[in-house]
Ligand binder design. Structure first.
Ligand code: COA
Length: 172
């Protein structure tokens, strides 16, 4: 393992409301490429998340533990942030940002994001991973809608997340 200063630390940011199998796929693949992956949960109040920050943190922690036990992936951690993403990246000494690309429709937004982040922090390199084919069409919003209308979400999220979605659907 390289020493602390030469470690390739990557940040994988998102709202994770909730974390999906699509996110998990990106995390798992990124973990093989970098020394350390920090999953960064944005508070993102503007998106009106249905899970509180604490709940989203718990869901991501659960996925990290599952990846450790099932896949022996042990270079993952999670943190929350309520600042500019670039400032968070600086704070944790990360020079790499991971983003997943699902479809052409993601491209325009990602281009804007990378443009803004690069002008704010030129040393930050964004690496895009194409989502695996079977997760190309999913999004957290769509999964929440399916859960709220009583559909089966287990193809798209872990059983733990599916259970939490069910509990939310019963409350709402
Ligand atoms: N598989 C499945 N779904 C995926 C996915 C994947 N691989 N990657 C993304 N998604 C989904 C997400 O669940 C989300 O779904 P939703 O919109 O239905 O909730 C959607 O795609 C968008 O996700 P993402 O691109 O990760 O955006 P986000 O809104 O979750 O997070 C931040 C965006 C946090 C990176 C951005 O808002 C940010 O950097 N905020 C911090 C403040 C800041 O620095 N602002 C200036 C940036 S220019």
């Amino acid at each position: 393992m390289p020493n602390q200063s030469s470690q390739r630390i990557a940040v994988y940011p998102g709202t994770f409301d909730p974390i999906t199998k699509g996110h998990r796929d990106i995390i798992q693949r990124a973990a093989l490429l970098f020394d350390k992956i920090i999953i960064a949960i944005a508070i993102n109040a503007g998106k009106n998340p249905i899970f509180s920050l604490q709940e989203r943190l718990q869901l991501v922690q659960h996925e990290i533990e599952a990846l450790s036990t099932e896949k022996n992936i042990n270079n993952l951690s999670v943190q929350t942030f309520d600042t500019l993403l670039v400032n968070f990246a600086k704070q944790v000494n990360a020079r790499i940002l991971i983003r997943g690309l699902r479809a052409v429709s993601d491209f325009e937004y990602e281009l804007q994001l990378v443009g803004m982040n690069t002008s704010l922090y030129p040393e930050l390199e964004t690496i895009f991973l194409m989502s695996s084919e079977r997760y190309q069409f999913i999004s957290s919003s769509m999964i929440k809608e399916v859960a709220q209308l009583g559909g089966d979400v287990t193809p798209f999220v872990s059983h733990f997340v599916a259970q939490k979605l069910l509990e939310k659907a019963l409350i709402i």
